[in-house]
Design a protein around this ligand. Structure first.
Ligand code: DUC
Ligand code: ZN
Ligand code: ZN
Ligand code: ZN
Length: 474
């Protein structure tokens, strides 16, 4: 099966040009100057089965969402998207690879946690998938397991939590040991950087005062405690011989300052932000009637519009202080899930679903003049591939790479809402948001899986990707 994507504007991290993309089987075999295509495809060795006209549209590498939580157990329930529903929604939104977080629960053998995650995902995914590993208990066995996962399992990044005491939490000693191990075996440490011990005090004080509404979730997780944890993680990584460190879901200007400072010193420190922090604010939550604000309960929390967070995050994306936009897709329905926190915000499962909307929401930044086209592609596809050992198989439109392509229509419109999304959620955090652009055709490993809003993929076609080490390791 071969496919010719004709006349589109191919966007990559280093520039854009009008080109034809020739796909053979699962791979891109040529990116051609249109003037040459007719001669080349006229050679008897090449037959083209299908032609897609991409003129007037962008042709970009399939999106890579480096941070999702399908079926994550949290607060007595589990994230509402399965690998089936979540990867199908991802495909609709132009994301053709996800990196989900396998979980070692405290007290569990790391490899057992990984096996359980493989069992959830295998045969279910519509697009390709890989795993990071959450370490819920760093001890001697877990440190050995890190070596084994890097060497044999294609899992080269480990997430630790400075938040959630008693659940996923690691203390500074555990963090330092995991970082030392990562420094030796080449893995990346990913950090949920919030001071969970201090947050728990603020949460208990709020509840004791009867402050139980969803808005107090954000108020009890101040930016200062994100910045403090970010700073501490950076210091611990320095002590661990500059272990590579990736701060997840960065939301506060004060935390970004710490990352920027480390990067200016040439340190091996990276960070991502998420669409919710670029578009939503604490005031959206404040203005919501009754318990509605629970929709936007996530950690790190949404920040106030009266501070400069959103402006600073966009600037950070422009100047590479922020490397990547991931979603932290962690959906919960209002009914029976978010509602667990009625009368006590601390029992609202934390998370926002957005795996379907990231490519569009970051593109809106291009429309608004906040990002270049190239930086759009870099932050949603190329850098995630490089950061997490998937490059050049993924994240770039070039010969030899997987034929994961999105044909993006800058003249289309996307209106986000629960009535039209494909995620398994009974609400949308972005209800009514309009994007001046639209995902047209989505190709995954040479197969058209979405065309003009119609789905042609199937569950089980997505493959598990063993990842190599980060291209950014020094
Ligand atoms: N933050 C969330 O919002 N959800 C899941 C875990 C996390 O760290
Ligand atoms: Zn987290
Ligand atoms: Zn800077
Ligand atoms: Zn997360």
């Amino acid at each position: 099966m071969s496919l010719l994507v004709k006349g589109g504007t191919v966007v990559g991290p280093t520039g854009t040009r009008v080109a034809d993309v020739l796909v053979e089987g699962e791979k891109i075999v040529a990116v051609l100057d249109p003037a040459l295509t007719s001669t080349i495809i006229a050679t008897p060795a090449i037959t083209v089965d299908e032609v897609i006209d991409a003129s007037g549209k962008y042709v970009i590498p399939g999106g890579i969402d480096a941070h999702t939580h399908m079926e994550l157990p949290f607060g007595g329930t589990a994230a509402s998207d399965t690998f089936d529903t979540g990867t199908r929604a991802a495909a609709y939104g132009g994301t053709t690879t996800i990196i989900d977080f396998a979980v070692q629960r405290t007290g569990e053998v790391v490899q057992d946690g990984l096996a359980a995650w493989h069992a959830k995902a295998e045969g279910e995914c519509h697009v390709d998938y890989a795993f990071h590993m959450i370490l819920g208990g760093v001890d001697a066995d877990a440190l050995k397991a890190m070596d084994q996962l890097v060497a044999d399992e294609g899992i080269t990044s480990f997430k630790l939590f400075m938040a959630y005491p008693g659940v996923f939490y690691s203390d500074d000693g555990q963090i330092l040991r995991a970082m030392q191990t990562a420094r030796e075996n080449g893995a990346m440490i990913m950090m949920h950087a919030e001071n969970g011990i201090a947050i728990d005090v603020l949460v208990q004080q709020a509840i004791a005062k009867g402050q139980t509404d969803p808005i107090y979730h954000g108020i009890t997780r101040p930016a200062a405690l994100e910045a403090e944890a970010t700073n501490r993680a950076i210091a611990l990584a320095e002590v661990a011989q500059d272990c590579p460190l990736y701060i997840v879901h960065l939301s506060a200007s004060q935390a970004l300052e710490k990352v920027a400072e480390a990067r200016h010193e040439g340190r091996n420190v990276f960070a991502e932000t998420c669409p919710q922090y670029l578009y939503l604010t604490l005031e959206d939550q404040l203005g919501a009637p009754g318990f509605e604000g629970a929709k936007w309960v996530c950690s790190t929390p949404l920040r106030s519009k009266h501070e400069s967070h959103q402006r600073d995050l966009w600037k950070g994306l422009r100047n590479n202080e922020l490397a990547i936009v991931s979603t932290d897709h962690c959906p919960f329905c209002m009914k029976d899930q978010k509602e667990l926190g009625l009368g006590d915000f601390s029992k609202i499962p934390n998370g926002i679903g957005g795996v379907e909307h990231r490519v569009d929401l970051v593109y809106q930044g291009v429309v608004d003049g906040k990002l270049s086209l190239e930086r759009w592609v870099e932050t949603i596809a190329t850098t995630p591939a490089r950061m997490f050992g998937l490059y050049p198989q993924k994240g770039i439109v070039q010969p030899g790479s997987d034929a994961d392509l999105v044909i993006y229509d800058p003249n289309g419109t996307t209106r986000i809402g629960v009535a039209t999304h494909h995620m398994n959620m009974d609400h949308s955090a972005y209800e009514g948001v309009e994007i001046k652009g639209r995902v047209g055709t989505v190709v995954s490993r040479g197969e058209v899986i979405v065309a003009d809003g119609n789905y042609h993929g199937r569950k089980g076609r997505g493959k598990f990707l063993k990842r190599g080490l980060s291209s950014y390791l020094m």
